[in-house]
Design a protein around this ligand. Sequence first.
Ligand SMILES: [Zn+2]
Length: 327
Amino acid sequence: MVNSILDMKKGELHVHLNGLVSSEVVIKLLEKSAVDIPQSFDLKKDLNILEPAKNLTSYLKPWDVLRLIPKSRSDLTLIVFDSFENLRKSNVKFVEIRNSVLYIALLNNVNIEVAMSWLLDDISRASEYYKIKAGLILTVTRGKSSLEILRLLLNAYVKIGKPELIVGLDLAGDEALDYPNALPYEFIRAKTEFGLKITIHAGETGCFENIETAVNDFKADRIGHGTAAIKSQSTLELLREKDICVEVCLISNRLTNAVGEGELHPVIEFINHKVPFVICSDNPSIHASSLTDDYLEFYRETSSSQHLHDMYRNQKKYSFIKGLYGN
Ligand SMILES: [Zn+2]
């Protein structure tokens, strides 16, 4: 089974660009750009999370430096191509990459349209080179500024001609933070007006109500993590009835402590309740792992070869990228 898991064609529906680029490349770019690394940050060990973190904040420590690069157009190209090289190693055939774009604009003193075009151009070239179909999901960070961030991203998206490569919107970050009341409406507007699909990081830190809000208020097409769904029968039913796919990231869930040591992974309950799901890697390079490792972890937790067998078909079914059938 282990060998056939490696060989399986895979789709990746939940991966952050900054968590996909290899740590060696990150170190090389930080050193080359003479970036000021925070004093408390040890590049040799703090770029990776290999043991369950105390909480989501300590899991996010690598981002203290990840948000300091790329400092040039060519550094971004290196990040994107290295990320695709990592996907190739897991036999990934299509990928939806997530990124918040704004930091690229800020770091390089360019406007958001330019940063977005750079990223799209690199993704499209890497996609062609590696023969991995690709889409970009724009990530909005939760919090007071989320509405403003979303509007900035959507303005840039419209200005550069609503490129097809941008396939969806994502809401990520601390689930405890409040956001402006108009945020769900603005997500729905983007969905109806531009046909962008929606995925929301929800229920990762224990609150199943956030999953219901994501489905009912944000009209989410998919849910990131959704581990807390198992606390509520009605949430599980909502996901099944509305055919909302959960992006299950097994290794990430252990390392963020969304699923505690000694607890069974919620994906077992998703299987029992026929909630649709796909296996994803979230931030594989931070975990010093790969999508293949997440498949192996899934097999260890569930012993289900049937779900692995059906996985590629399901990844195509729930992908935001158009025209994947027949591949
Ligand atoms: Zn994520």
